[in-house]
Ligand binder design. Structure first.
Ligand code: ADP
Ligand code: MG
Length: 381
């Protein structure tokens, strides 16, 4: 494809402004965001790019280069309804922004994303945040980035109909080069954590996405909520699993269903691991960080039961490869990716050995991305 601004000119005959928002990978803290807990995402150097220029009418004409599809939306539509299509991500953001009192201007839009779509690296938040930023700027309507992150989450929750937490949109907005973010999903306070230069972030995409992912996600959320109801009977200060300790869980273990108990144990221990991992990073203790990643993977596999054979295999293969500090599944589970912290000099050997092992066992090659921590969303030249 032509560079995006050239492709835009060819398509619409206007010069565009250009915006980007990155994908993300979560180093540790899985299934903690909707429990008011802690997560540690990194914005990656794969981004969604949005080129935009104003129109004189009240329409949004939006083309996705990735999907080779164009849609026309009416900004004044009285009752906008989701179409169960990629266009919901774009329209949802426009709808939520207008509901928040911003008057959006009509626009021609061309979208192109480097974030692999549907692999767990949050191409969805990237398209939402990049589009939101583009629409706001095109309309001369400023908005704080935190409000933009919240608006994009609302669009995904309410218009697209996916119950995601705030992590993805937050990382897409606030990523910092060379840093991970420690994010408190309750207060939305965050702290940048420097990533040691000698280690690379290597993402292995299993290439599978098991059907049950969506339904199981909702079941896990319901199980966490039912755990909180039991714990709060004795300790009303517990509003979310974020507020519970292992001591609380032990005390109420007889009243908790066995499965619910294990789900809660994952969340409570995972929150503690995120905080320990942040401390380890600040001390540049990559061994300790890797140990916590391994514990996280085990807990997700055994207690939360959201891993799968392919993710377990990738994690195990990483353990046999030289120069690996840590490896774990990342994202919701039932397929998607693993994140691996690998010594830079060993990255090519890692790629080779994991690819060979994965192909021998499954007949398919994993996609491997070597990523750098990147900045959050913004306008570019
Ligand atoms: P993930 O966020 O892990 O990539 P999701 O299922 O949450 O997976 O979001 C993927 C969806 O986001 C796609 O199915 C598509 O509807 C939309 N999407 C993401 N990027 C693009 C793009 N460049 N063009 C059109 N739609 C996109
Ligand atoms: Mg997503």
């Amino acid at each position: 494809m032509l560079p995006l601004p050239d492709a835009f000119r060819q398509l619409y005959g206007q010069p565009p402004r250009l915006f980007r928002a990155p994908g993300r990978v979560n180093l540790i803290g899985e299934h903690t965001d909707y429990n008011d807990g802690f997560v540690m995402p990194v914005a990656i150097d794969l981004a969604c790019w949005v080129a935009i220029a104003p129109r004189d009418d009240r329409r949004l004409v939006v083309r996705s280069h990735n999907l080779q599809e164009t849609v026309e939306l009416d900004l004044d539509e009285a009752h906008p309804r989701p179409r169960k299509s990629w266009t919901d991500y774009v329209q949802g953001v426009a709808v939520v922004l207008q509901q928040s009192g911003r008057r959006l201007r009509g626009a021609n839009v061309l979208i192109q994303s480097e974030v692999p779509i549907g692999s767990g690296l949050s191409s969805s938040a990237a398209i939402e945040v990049a589009t939101g930023l583009a629409l706001l700027n095109n309309s001369g309507e400023p908005m704080k980035k935190l409000d933009l992150a919240r608006a994009c989450q609302r669009a995904e929750n309410e218009f697209v109909g996916a119950r995601c937490g705030i992590m993805d949109q937050f990382a897409a907005c606030f990523g910092q080069p060379g840093h991970a973010l420690l994010l408190d999903c309750r207060s939305l306070e965050s702290r940048p954590l420097p990533l040691p230069a000698e280690v690379a972030l290597v993402i292995c995409d299993s290439g599978v996405r098991h059907e049950l992912a969506g339904g199981e996600y909702n079941t896990r959320r319901a199980q966490c909520e039912s755990g909180v109801r039991v714990l709060a009977r004795h300790r009303p200060q517990i509003h979310a699993l974020r507020d519970a300790t292992m001591g609380d869980l032990e005390r109420d273990s007889k009243e908790l269903d066995e499965v619910v108990y294990r789900r809660c144990r994952h969340v409570v221990t995972e929150n503690a691991r995120v905080l320990q991992a942040a401390e380890a990073l600040e001390k540049r203790d990559l061994r300790e960080f890797g140990r916590l990643m391994a514990e996280s993977h085990r807990s997700l596999r055994e207690d939360y039961e959201v891993s799968c054979a392919e993710l377990d295999l990738l994690e195990e293969l990483a353990g046999h490869s030289a120069g690996v500090y840590g490896a774990r599944m990342t994202g919701g589970g039932f397929g998607g990716c693993t994140i691996n912290l690998v010594e830079r000099e060993q990255v090519e050997e890692f790629r080779r050995s994991v690819s060979v092992g994965y192909q021998q066992a499954t007949g398919r090659l994993p996609k491997v991305y070597v990523c750098e921590a990147a900045a959050g969303a913004g306008e570019t030249e």
